[in-house]
Design a protein around this ligand. Sequence first.
Ligand SMILES: Cc1cc2nc3c(=O)[nH]c(=O)nc-3n(C[C@H](O)[C@H](O)[C@H](O)COP(=O)(O)O)c2cc1C
Length: 580
Amino acid sequence: MSVVSESFLVHSDMEITYVDPTFCTFVGADSQERLIGVTLTDIVLPDYHAALSEQVERIENKDVPTLGLSVTFQTFTDHHQRAIVVSSLIEWDGIEQVQTAVFPVRNADSEGYQQLHNQAMDEAPVGITIADPSKPDSPLIYVNDGFCELTGYPRGESIGQNCRFLQGESTREEPVAKMRTAIEAKEPVTVTLRNYRKDGSMFWNRVTIVPIRSDSRTVTNWLGYQEDITAEKRYEQDLSLFKAQAEGTDKAVVITDPEGTIEYVNSAFEQMTGYTATEATGVTPRIIKSDQQDQEFYTALWDRITAGEVWEAELTNQTKHGELFEVKQKIIPVTGQDSDITHFVGIEQDVTEKLLTTQTLGVLNRVLRHNLRNSLNVIDGHAELLETEDLDPEARNASLAAIRDQTASMKKISEKTAEIRAIWDLTENHRSWDRFDIQTLVEAYQQQYPNAKITSTTGNVGEIQVRNTELFKKAIDEAVENAVKHADQVPPEVTITVENEPDAERVRVTVADNGPGIPELERQIIESGEETQLSHSLGIGLWVMEWITKTLGGELTITDNEPRGSVVTFQLPAGRSKGK
Ligand SMILES: Cc1cc2nc3c(=O)[nH]c(=O)nc-3n(C[C@H](O)[C@H](O)[C@H](O)COP(=O)(O)O)c2cc1C
């Protein structure tokens, strides 16, 4: 606690490094400079040197945060001034020094000074009280205007009473007992408790009481500070209520100050982003920014929220490990009493999975409605033909072949849709970063497809880190299978390349072939994110790659290969956690 007072000085050990103008007047010095470098004991009567030195030493050693002493000053005009001096440790000029607040308690000589002192003390923004423990029940012998204002009790009704008259029905016993114990032990204490004003209204009072000694043994007075912290307490209570609610939701919740520095995140935020609350507090939400939005997007966001309006948008963020994820975001400006913005509350819902579910349902719906129905129509037609009694054998064979074609295509589609199911199962099961060895995989493909030429240009980076190796293998399987099955060259060539720069946030795995190229229509469906007509099962295969890549927090792109064929590129998070 830094002690509030009308007059104070700062010193390192006993050597004065700063005094305020009121203290100059108090000791009769003609300028502040006059006192710099002076030793404190030079302006205090010898009787108090030992006790004062001990007080300063105990504060510097951090034995106690605050100590008070009743001393007599020897002024430059050769007068004696009694005062209570209360010391505490503060940071001054970048170093730890002792601040000693000075409360003159009796004015031996100067009327003028007393007036000045009273005025300054009364302007203090907190209640200041002095109790006299030598009298029965330690009554108050001084209260400042701040105290009268705070409590509504005029001076005449407080002086002579023990300060417990502020307590009431819902004052808890615990802080009261803490003060009682501290008073018995002659130790300073700070408590927060419910007190009541004269009109009966409750306020949260942060009370600090400090023993004032004449020497190392005798406590002559108690100095008290009263601060109304009702607003602070209410905010604290609202905040803890809010936090309790925030912990119960699966939406990420962030609270920042008006500059955007994070003060609080809930556990859903930790889970969604990979940053712990400790890592996230004190920095800005820039830590989860991805490169998927431009500067204008963020300018528009700040323009809106600093104007006090709610911002809502869907955007792509990035986890600590570089995984992209889609969120639906809402930022709400919170204003204080004077309608200034005090906080921003951000609520983010991860919609990656929802997006994938919607796409999956769309694709399955299309497959069932369109492809399967088409096949069934064809089968129906041929079955009808086969029922014709005088059908010639050639036509009969053609019909049978057509039916077999359709059933084969239906079987393929059925296998592909089973793979979709497998993606969801794998997504749920496994989320740790594991080594993914491309080289071994390439060898396995070569055995699986002996007629193709499968090579890799992984160099010395054949191994990467992947969040879910089994899932990623499915995506690569799909790309290689596509390349081999739709090949029109002998032999079909497939080249797998890995780019893994040491400091890059992403790794790139490409699968290039020399086939006819993936039809424009199929590519478009992935790029637009919307399902259009699927001509054959290749469409589902592309979706499988797209969904797996998105689930892994990456991006899928399809480009032309030179001189022919296509290149499927998986850009994946490298799994190297970024610094703050
Ligand atoms: C200088 C001084 C100021 C005090 N200010 C307050 C106060 O503002 N509110 C309060 O509830 N108690 C205050 N107290 C504490 C009570 O006076 C009292 O010590 C406390 O209720 C515990 O003692 P008890 O068991 O005798 O009541 C103050 C005590 C001192 C010495």
